[in-house]
Design a protein around this ligand. Structure first.
Ligand SMILES: [Ca+2]
Ligand SMILES: [Ca+2]
Length: 499
């Protein structure tokens, strides 16, 4: 036997006794349904604002009305929940007393949701009872005791860093990811007077004033973290990845809401409110980067960019290349006739440049500052002229003993004058050896194989080479030798000589 529950519709505020009527029911089900997942949970707090339009409970922010919920089920094989039997009562102590919630948009065999009128969600402690019968008439009651707390004050913030009016340099904006503690952040402390529903910091870069023309770039959520994580009030909100940050004047609007939407804001909630947005000047202090310096007989060229901060979501954080600033030097001398764009420069290789290594340097500034001075360089060997064999000759200037040991060991130094009889330069002139030496004399160790550098056309250079002439007492009065040499002309062609 069981009973069948008849639902009574009670007026809010009227306490009535529940009446039941005994009827015949299906036999076998003597187990009551189970009620679970009651919201608000037992012991929890429901925050609301001053006009009961917002609620916050257990991490869930909702608009009015507050929705009381529960799940329930009958046992497997049972008669099943009688959906029409479900009742939700506030502040009663038994069946039928307290305030029965009448506005229940969801009331199924598994779940009920009832809207709680603001008048019933007054400040203080409340009891909640959820009554459920199965079809066989077995009753369950479950519920919770919860507290409603009214939070009417908006949070405030203090100790903003960097302070209003600060300059922000783009070199400080590098960040590979959110929550990069080394990147620029806006830091501040938040306070919300008791009783506090809690808060979530939110900031807007370059929002309009008054607000409404656009939300700017929001810094919130995972970009705002407690620092350290154990500090309940200090927040760091990463700024550099904000997509609307740009060079020049930027504004910051700190918008702080508590969990029931009491908010304080730097941008004024209503037209006519003072504009209290904070201002920051963002300055490009990152120099251009030069790459790909190349040079050959006809062209010198290079590429460059003005780098954005790493991780920047805005393309407006680099001032760009000042093409008029581009200079190309070869061996410290400015190259003329260059064409410079925002991305690269190309110059004709200077005419008449000689064979050999030359330092090529490229200098470029960005549009922000001549202090942002980028450079790149390379060393190149140019081959710019027609091959022409230099005419070299050699003459003995005099012979001498370099020191007593040389005299004793028979190492004679011979000072030679090497003359370039042609009009073009002989580069890398090297005396490579001696042959056909007479009177038992042999080539010595020093002086041979050294790069004597360039002998310009019509010029000469003097150097010494050594010969072994035998020990003291057996040295010849004189000897002859043919000297071999090598040189490179200004086109880079190599030549060998007997001279
Ligand atoms: Ca508050
Ligand atoms: Ca720059």
């Amino acid at each position: 036997m069981g009973i069948r529950k008849l639902k009574y519709y009670l007026l809010i505020g009227v306490v009535m006794a529940i009446a039941v009527t005994a009827t015949a029911v299906a036999a076998g089900d003597t187990t009551a349904p189970v009620v679970s997942s009651v919201t608000p949970a037992d012991g929890s707090t429901v925050f609301t604002n001053g006009d009961s339009t917002r609620y916050y409970n257990n991490g869930s922010k909702t608009a009015a009305p507050y929705v009381i919920k529960a799940d329930y089920s009958d046992e497997v094989g049972g008669s099943g929940v009688d959906a029409s039997s479900v009742m939700v009562h506030l502040d009663g102590t038994g069946i039928g007393d307290g305030f029965m919630l009448m506005d229940c948009p969801v009331q199924s065999t598994t779940h009920v949701e009832c809207n709680a009128p603001a008048a019933l969600m007054s400040a203080g402690t409340h009891t909640l009872h959820v009554y459920v019968w199965d079809v066989a008439g077995n009753k369950t009651v479950n519920g919770s005791t919860f507290t409603v707390v009214v939070d009417i004050l908006a949070p405030t913030y203090s100790n903003l860093s960097p302070a209003d009016g600060s300059t922000i340099y783009t070199s400080h904006l590098n960040s590979a990811s959110t929550n990069d503690s080394s990147a620029l952040r806006f830091d501040y402390d938040i306070a919300d007077a008791d009783p506090s529903s809690g808060w979530s910091p939110m900031n807007h870069i370059n929002d309009s004033f008054p607000p409404g023309g656009g939300m700017g770039a929001m810094i919130a959520g995972s970009s705002c973290t407690k620092t350290p994580t154990t500090n309940p009030t200090h927040y760091s909100c990463q700024a550099n990845r904000a997509s609307l940050l740009h060079l020049g004047d930027n504004t910051l609007s700190v918008l702080i809401k508590d969990n029931v939407n009491n908010q304080s804001s730097d941008y004024g909630a209503t037209p006519g409110a003072p504009d209290t947005r904070k201002h920051y000047t963002v300055v490009d202090d990152v120099a251009p980067a030069v790459s790909g310096v190349t040079a050959d007989a006809t062209t010198i060229s290079a590429s460059y960019t003005d780098p954005l901060p790493t991780g920047a979501l805005s393309a407006n954080l680099a001032s760009g290349i000042n093409a008029a600033s581009v200079m190309v030097h070869v061996d410290g001398m400015m190259v003329g006739g260059c064409t410079a764009t925002a991305t690269g420069v190309s110059c004709p290789t200077p005419a008449g440049i000689k064979y050999g290594p030359h330092l090529v340097e490229v200098f470029v500034d960005d549009n922000a500052s001549t202090a942002n001075h980028g450079s790149g360089s390379g060393t190149f060997t140019f081959t710019t002229c027609t091959p022409a064999r230099p005419d070299l000759s050699v003459a003995t200037k005099y012979a001498y003993w370099a020191d007593f040991a040389s005299y004793h060991n028979g190492v004679l130094s011979v000072k030679l004058t090497i003359t370039n009889n042609s009009s073009t330069a002989a580069n890398n002139v090297t005396l490579t050896g001696a042959s056909g030496i007479t009177n038992g004399v042999t080539q010595g160790a020093s002086g041979w194989g050294a790069d004597l550098g360039t002998i310009n056309g019509g010029s000469n250079t003097v150097t010494s080479v050594a010969f072994s002439v035998g020990p003291e007492g057996s040295q010849p009065a004189g000897f002859k030798a043919t000297i071999s040499a090598s040189a490179v002309d200004d086109s880079g062609a190599h030549y060998t000589y007997p001279i």
